[in-house]
Design a protein around this ligand. Structure first.
Ligand code: BGC
Length: 923
């Protein structure tokens, strides 16, 4: 079948195949149509070609299966370090015009992919962890960065055929070999629950090594997440340990095949002083140019160095995770340089972003300190640093009179749009500060982008872009709440509500799957008794230290429910059942042991719950004190997570448990209805969050659903379309309105511009999603609440509605094997286009409204998947759509059109008749 292209295979959810952590990596591939006339193509079987390094032969394995995601490894198990080439071709057939399937034909072979196994056993490591002879501290108590180096000579007259360095650190590291930076990772090894797991990285360093000559390896290590002050109120330093250290193992193979050169970290390494004299995540980095030395020249002079200290092998599990590394993914030039009211030099990058500066060129007299302070907003014409709380966010360069080029801090990052530059001005005679002097480097976990959306409404497009920026800024090694203040922690509730949006926009399976490993390790450790910590990795619960600034380890719905709902989201997005299998113990522990129940089996009604956090009505200092009681929110979630666990058990073929949790879910649903829902379909509390949760989580009886939906619509009209929900209600309120036939009210709410609304922040010039609906007040001042970030993705979870309802695509079966295509046009939008590159390939749906109410739509469905299309003219409610009454279409390009009855627009607010309706402006 020449018209179907098969991608190069990928392995597990590993970002590049170098260092998979299993001997039998599962294999996936996706498809694209090369020929638009092919329709309804389905795979019937596949062939895998596997070429082992130790034989010239390619082994071919033929499997009769339509599966193309995570298929089992068909060959012998691989060994640590083993490198293998894999390719695939599929046999499949398309549907002819008379709906007959043709005989299966093979595609062309895919390109080869290479998979290489990491170090599977602890005994594969021969290196020791090493540190400086004495760990020094700075005056502020932060650990002084260290530098460890070694010179070595490789045998002459042999060519290097493969060189790998396996390495990790307690702290974050930066490696050079013979002056060349090793790899392009930032903040390696990333953040993990160091107590349980330690990530190591693998780099191909062949091109940096020189045979027959002296080579130098030079590694700097800063505190990073391991030892920087973390959490609020000044934070706690050295949470995971008080010694920076390095573990590295260089293995070099030569063309003569009988010699393996191994260089391990051990006491023969030298300890040097680093020119990075201080560095912390929140506070920034200081670099003293005068201390910069070439390690290769220093080491042979015995007075300039001392020997490294061996501190033994790490006790936690060494893991080479699937997650992509943190990288610089974009550089942004300053938009302007200007003076603040008080005369400070300020730079505006035009975009609130996360990363660091690159100083292109700087030259200043010896001893001059140039500093760069970062913040997200201006207030009163000055850098708005109050929301940063204790975080200093300042990098410093202490100059030595020579020229510095392309400097970046190494072990810190900042959330910023503005930078205040001290002691370097545009008026300087030599080397003046100009827009060409600095660049902002955007950093995040370098996931594959998979989702795009655009429509005819420029403010909606801006809202969508803002959500993407907030996702990029908060997916930096772990999914965080915010990237700028003294927090930047893996808050579980934030990712729980944002995960469906995130997994549409980027391939998050590797990163979030790995974070769930940390979550499970923490939750299942004896001290936590099945309760996940509020933040993962945990740096805030009381079990770690007796201190009033730590949080108690109390169970909390919505946040801890991440243990069930995130594996579920990842399974839905990736189609990989292993996401549920590997998290099963964690899901079950949360439901069986973690949740604190009252006598009836619902949540203990006495517990504090964060609930519908940041409901706009909650006072700035009490974000959990909204209009929907947290226990009700918790009970809704309890029914939902119990159902999801039951479904997971069914999928995993654990019949007995499935029956048990199904029975529990039914019993809890009954209790919930009895406790909260009236016969007519009202719910206590009578709020948008409660109604929306009830509708979306299936808590109303079918005959109550419309009444609940109408009540929700009434409430939205009473609020004059301004937002009235927090973390729990916001992701679903527009979905709930749509599900009960009130999509125009959902559009009206989306487009509302007064505060609180999504468009308010956009119109206030926001370039990211804000933590609070009014993080910036309309007079340009910063919200008085001490918890005010301008980069929080949770409330941006509304983009999921843009993808599914405006754009019109959602997944009906895990992995997008069956796609629901049901765009619902509304408001004053006239076109939209949504794209998702799912596990089977590219899905794209574009529609436009023409004069006269004609709705025209084009749809691309990837091979080996199918879609159910529901056109606006035949819209019916979501429940019915799941029964698949739409039109079934196979893969390929399709076109549709229908007449659209003119929908009533705009809907009216419910107001006293003697008051004028708010005058809507829809942009
Ligand atoms: C974080 C939130 C988080 C919350 C829960 C805040 O400080 O920024 O996003 O979920 O605390 O208490």
């Amino acid at each position: 079948m020449k018209g179907i292209d098969v991608s190069a295979p990928s392995f597990e959810h590993h970002h590049d195949g170098l260092g998979v952590s299993t001997s039998q990596p599962r294999i996936s591939w996706h498809f694209s149509h090369l020929d638009n006339s092919i329709k309804g193509w389905q795979q019937d079987s596949y062939e895998l070609g596997i070429s082992f390094a130790d034989s010239d032969q390619t082994h071919t394995f033929t499997v009769k299966s339509s599966q193309s995601i995570c298929v089992p490894w068909p060959a012998r198990a691989l060994k640590s370090r083993e490198r293998t080439k894999v390719r695939v071709r599929s046999y499949g057939s398309s549907q002819s015009s008379d709906a007959q399937q043709s005989e299966p034909e093979p595609t062309e072979w895919s390109p080869w992919s290479v998979v290489e196994v990491g170090l599977l056993k602890r005994t594969d490591w021969t290196a020791q962890m090493i540190a400086a002879p004495k760990q020094l501290k700075n005056k502020d108590g932060s650990l002084t960065p260290i530098r460890l180096a070694k010179t070595f000579t490789l045998p002459a007259n042999r060519n290097v055929v493969r060189a790998r360095i396996y390495m990790t650190a307690h702290g974050c590291y930066d490696t050079r070999i013979n002056g060349h930076t090793v790899g392009d990772h930032g903040m390696a090894p990333g953040w993990q629950s160091y107590e349980h797991r330690l990530h190591y990285q693998i780099f191909d360093v062949s091109e940096h090594l020189i045979s027959g000559s002296q080579n130098t390896i030079d590694v700097q290590i800063g505190p990073g997440w391991y030892a920087s002050a973390l959490a609020w109120a000044g934070g706690r330093r050295c949470f995971f340990g008080d010694t920076l250290s390095l573990l590295a193992q260089l293995e070099v193979e030569f063309d003569d095949n009988d010699h393996l050169f191994v260089l391990n970290t051990d006491s023969s390494w030298s300890s040097l002083s680093s020119a990075i004299t201080s560095s912390e995540i929140y506070n920034g980095e200081t670099y003293e140019m005068a201390l910069e030395r070439d390690a290769s020249k220093l080491i042979p002079q015995s007075s300039a160095h001392s020997s490294a200290r061996i501190i033994g092998f790490p006790t936690s599990n060494l893991a080479s995770p699937d997650t992509p590394p943190v990288r610089v993914t974009q550089e942004i030039q300053p938009v302007s340089i200007f003076r603040s009211k008080s005369g400070k030099v300020l730079v505006d990058f035009g975009q609130n972003l996360v990363g660091r500066l690159r100083i292109v060129k700087l030259q200043k007299a010896a001893g001059t300190t140039v500093s760069f302070s970062h913040a997200e907003v201006l207030e009163d014409g000055e850098l708005g640093t109050r929301p940063l709380r204790f975080a200093k966010n300042t990098d410093r360069i202490i100059c030595d009179g020579s020229e510095l080029e392309n400097w970046t801090p190494k072990f810190t990052f900042h959330g910023f749009r503005y930078v205040e530059v001290d002691t370097w001005t545009p008026e300087d005679k030599d080397c003046p500060f100009t827009v060409d002097s600095i660049v902002a480097q955007v950093m995040h976990t370098d996931m594959q982008r998979t989702g795009w959306f655009e429509c005819s409404h420029s403010l909606v497009n801006k809202l969508h872009q803002n959500a993407i920026w907030s996702m990029r800024g908060n997916f930096l090694s772990v999914p965080t709440d915010c990237p700028q203040r003294d927090e930047r922690l893996g808050w579980t509730g934030d990712i729980q509500v944002f995960a469906p949006s995130a997994s549409f926009l980027y391939d998050t399976t590797g990163m979030l799957g790995n974070w769930l490993d940390d979550l499970a390790a923490e939750q299942l450790s004896p001290k936590n008794n099945g309760v996940p910590p509020f933040v993962v990795p945990d740096v805030i619960t009381k079990s770690h230290a007796e201190d009033n600034n730590y949080w108690p380890a109390i169970p909390n719905a919505v946040w801890d429910d991440v243990a069930v709902l995130l594996p579920w989201s990842l399974y839905r997005a990736s189609g990989d059942l292993n996401m549920l299998r590997k998290q099963y113990d964690s899901m079950k522990a949360w439901i069986d042991r973690g949740i604190r129940r009252g006598a009836d089996g619902l949540w203990d009604p006495e517990l504090y719950q964060l609930g519908d956090w940041l409901d706009p009505i909650a006072p700035p200092s009490e974000p959990g004190n909204g209009r929907t009681d947290g226990v009700l929110v918790a009970d809704v979630y309890l029914v939902q997570v119990t159902k999801k666990l039951a479904e997971a058990c069914e999928l995993l073929d654990i019949a007995e448990e499935a029956a048990k949790y199904n029975a529990d879910a039914t019993r809890l649903l009954g209790l919930f209805r009895e406790k909260y829902i009236t016969k007519s379909g009202l719910i206590a509390a009578d709020t948008q969050t409660a109604l929306a949760l009830g509708i979306m989580f299936g808590l109303f009886e079918p005959h109550q659903l419309q009444a609940a939906g109408d009540r929700l619509a009434r409430s939205v009209r009473m609020q004059q379309f301004r937002v009235a929900t927090g973390f729990a209600g916001t992701p679903i309120v527009l979905h709930a309105l749509t599900a009960v036939g009130h999509s125009q009210i959902a559009y009206r709410m989306l487009l509302e511009q007064r505060c609180p609304s999504w468009m308010y922040a956009v119109l206030m010039g926001g370039t990211t999603i804000w933590e609070r609906w009014d993080s910036m007040l309309s007079d340009g001042s910063i919200n008085p609440g001490e918890m005010t970030s301008f980069n929080h993705y949770a409330l941006g979870s509304v983009v999921n509605w843009l993808h599914e309802t405006v754009g019109g695509i959602s997944s009906l079966e895990p992995g997008w094997r069956r796609i629901l295509v049901r765009p619902i046009p509304g408001g004053n939008l006239t076109h939209s286009k949504v794209t998702h590159v799912g596990p089977y390939g590219r899905i794209e749906c574009a529609w436009q409204l023409t004069e006269g109410g004609l709705f025209k739509m084009t749809l691309e469905v990837p091979p080996n998947s199918e879609a159910v299309v529901v056109l606006p003219s035949q819209q019916f409610k979501e429940k019915d759509v799941h029964k698949s009454e739409g039109l079934q279409v196979g893969s390929g390009q399709h076109e549709f059109e229908c007449h659209l009855a003119e929908p009533a627009w705009p809907p009216q607010a419910i107001m006293p008749p003697f008051w004028p309706q708010p005058q809507p402006v829809f942009g």
